[in-house]
Design a protein. Structure first.
Lengths: 131, 62
C-alpha cells in the first residue's frame, strides 16, 4: 500500500461523512461516531493546511474513474472482503465470483447512503457498465 | 514519510475500527439473519482495512 491508498481511505471517510445520516438510510450512524469522524477529518485538514494552501478537500480528479482508485490496495481489499456478503444479500444467484458491478449495483440499491464507497471503488459500475 | 503525522494516521485507522465496531453492534441487533450477515461483512471490511493501514502505512516493517 502506498500513501495514495491512505488518501483513498480518507476519501472514503469524507464521502461517508458528507452523506451522514441523510437519504432515508435504514439505520443511522451513532452521533458520537460522526463527531469522532469530524474531529479526525478536522485534524487532517489542519495538517494538510500547513503544507498546502487551503484546507483538505478531496481532489475532484479522484472522483472520476481512474486506475489509482481501482487498483488501490485498501479499496480492493475492502470490496473483495465483503463481496460474498453483498452478493448473498443482494443478488439471488450470486456467488463470490459474481461480477463486481452486479454486487455493487445491488448494494447501491439497498444502501444508497453508502453508495459513495462504491463510487470510489468501482466508478465504472456507476457509469453503467455491468461487468 | 508523508504530510501526515503519526497521530492523524492512527486516527484514521482508528476510525475504520470504530466503523467496524458499529457494524458489529448493528449485527447484534439485526432482526434477520440476512441483515446480520450483511453487517458482519461490513464490519469485516472496515476491520481489514484498518489492519492494512496499520501494517503498511503506520507501522511498516523494514
Amino acid at each position: 500500500m502506498t500513501l495514495s491508498a491512505f488518501d483513498d481511505a480518507l476519501d472514503v471517510l469524507v464521502a461517508i461523512r458528507a452523506q451522514g445520516n441523510r437519504e432515508g438510510a435504514d439505520y443511522r450512524f451513532p452521533a458520537r461516531l460522526l463527531a469522532d469522524l469530524d474531529a479526525v477529518l478536522a485534524r487532517v485538514n489542519a495538517e494538510r493546511g500547513t503544507r498546502k494552501p487551503g484546507a483538505y478537500e478531496p481532489d475532484p480528479s479522484r472522483r472520476t474513474p481512474g486506475p489509482l482508485l481501482v487498483t488501490s490496495g485498501i479499496a480492493l481489499m475492502a470490496v473483495l472482503s465483503v463481496l460474498p456478503t453483498w452478493a448473498a444479500n443482494t443478488v439471488a444467484s450470486a456467488t463470490p465470483t459474481v461480477a463486481p458491478c452486479v454486487a455493487a449495483k445491488g448494494w447501491l440499491h439497498n444502501k444508497p447512503r453508502e453508495a459513495a464507497l462504491i463510487r470510489l471503488m468501482y466508478p465504472e459500475c456507476v457509469a453503467g457498465s455491468e461487468q | 514519510m508523508s504530510q501526515y503525522t503519526a497521530g492523524s494516521l492512527g486516527d484514521v485507522a482508528q476510525m475504520f475500527e470504530k466503523f467496524a465496531s458499529t457494524a458489529d453492534d448493528m449485527a447484534k441487533h439485526a432482526s434477520t439473519k440476512r441483515s446480520q450477515q450483511f453487517e458482519l461483512g461490513r464490519a469485516s471490511a472496515w476491520r481489514d482495512a484498518a489492519q492494512m493501514l496499520r501494517k503498511t502505512v503506520i507501522e511498516p516493517k523494514p
